[in-house]
Design a protein around this ligand. Structure first.
Ligand SMILES: NC(=O)c1ccc[n+]([C@@H]2O[C@H](COP(=O)([O-])OP(=O)(O)OC[C@H]3O[C@@H](n4cnc5c(N)ncnc54)[C@H](OP(=O)(O)O)[C@@H]3O)[C@@H](O)[C@H]2O)c1
Length: 343
């Protein structure tokens, strides 16, 4: 199985990559060949060591997107299948080539890269814009480094929208997932009081991440609670607005990480209300990436890893993400094991 982007002639260097051959379940994923990408001006080519498979990859691969967004995805990414079939929003690896005008990075540098869109990190090589490439934090394993951004950029963006500040309280629904587990750590790092919502089985896990208290969604209905929070970070899309409104303090905000057109309208309609909904896409700026690097360095944020897979097991990795039960991130190991075992 091979993939040749339009305009590329046969021949030339190729690499191994995970390719989405159609929209569908994990069975549409195959490992095949793709042309080696050339860094454009302002980009670097990274030899990928590890890369996370995340819920963004699941949504794009499966076209399971919130109500109202399917047409937009098809128009943006390909009508009957993905125009660019290599998924992967983030990676850790080694700089291998520099595009025109790149300074401050050199071949051989160990880095993390956040293309901020599915830009082909599930491959032996990926090109990432240089301003979204940072030195690999040495306190993280390669697996953790390859999963540093997706959840954390999202959590940081939404918590900022909510006015995160010391002493404020936040209820985090889905605290054991990639976004939620980063959210717990980032909110604690900013001095917030964190209540996590998870299954009973993940209570110890979210407590270890820093949650001040935990609500088990298997035994407690949020609608029955007589408590209030300054913000609610809902990473599951399970909380109704009328319930959320009751659980928020005056001026409180529902930070809806998941939602369709209805949530978008709700965000518009509540814009000037005492209690409002915030909804949107977290893309992450260079300033966000620098802040996350600082939190990692200070030991205040460490990506939570669910499991790791070899590139050859790409379908198993996607199955795990599709399960909706992972704790933190699923990571692909792409380059050789000697690199992976280096500190
Ligand atoms: N708006 C944006 O920019 C943006 C960015 C990134 C992600 N997202 C969206 O955010 C959502 C979450 O992403 P993710 O990567 O964090 O997901 P994830 O890692 O797949 O979340 C899985 C976790 O959610 C927990 N969970 C499931 N149902 C729950 C419930 N009712 N209450 C509490 N916890 C529950 C599961 O724990 P149990 O097994 O114990 O239930 C599991 O640990 C996805 O829908 C994704 O598409 C949006």
């Amino acid at each position: 199985m091979g993939y040749r982007p339009e305009g590329r002639t046969q021949g030339g260097a190729v690499m191994k990559a995970a390719l989405a051959t159609a929209y569908g379940g994990p069975e549409v994923m195959v490992v095949g060949e793709a042309p080696m990408p050339d860094p454009k001006a302002g980009e670097v080519r990274i030899r990928v060591v590890t890369a996370a498979v995340n819920t963004g990859d699941w949504r794009l691969r499966s076209l399971i997107v919130p109500f109202g967004f399917r047409l937009m995805v098809r128009l943006m990414f390909g009508w009957s299948k993905l125009r660019q079939p290599i998924l992967g929003w983030e990676c850790a690896g080694v700089v291998e080539a520099l595009g025109e005008g790149v300074s401050g990075l050199n071949p051989g540098d160990e880095v993390v890269g956040w293309p901020a869109a599915p830009k082909g990190c599930h491959a032996e090589f990926a090109c990432v814009r240089a301003d979204h490439v940072l030195p690999r934090p040495k306190t993280l394993t390669w697996e953790e480094a390859g999963a540093m951004h997706f959840g954390a950029v999202t959590a940081l963006t939404f918590l900022r929208w909510g006015g995160m500040s010391p002493g404020k309280s936040v209820l985090i629904i889905g605290a054991s997932g990639t976004v939620g587990s980063a959210g717990v750590q980032i909110a604690k790092a900013h001095g917030m009081v964190v209540t996590a919502v998870s299954s009973g089985g993940n209570r110890d896990l979210v407590t270890a991440l820093g949650a001040d208290d935990v609500i088990d969604y298997g035994t407690t209905m949020l609608a029955d609670l007589d408590r209030r929070w300054d913000m609610i970070l809902d990473c599951t899309g399970t909380l109704d607005w009328p319930v959320a409104k009751r659980l928020l303090t005056p001026g409180g905000q529902l930070l809806a990480v998941v939602g369709g057109i209805g949530m978008m309208l709700r965000a518009l309609l509540t814009r000037w209300s005492a209690k409002r909904v915030r909804f949107g896409d977290a893309t992450g700026t260079r300033a966000d990436l620098d802040e996350l690097a600082k939190l990692v360095q200070a030991g205040k944020y460490r990506p939570l890893i669910d499991s790791t897979y070899d590139l050859a097991d790409i379908r198993l990795a996607h199955e795990r993400v599709d399960s909706g039960r992972k704790t933190g991130s699923v990571v692909l190991k792409i380059s050789s094991s000697e690199v992976l075992t280096s500190p």
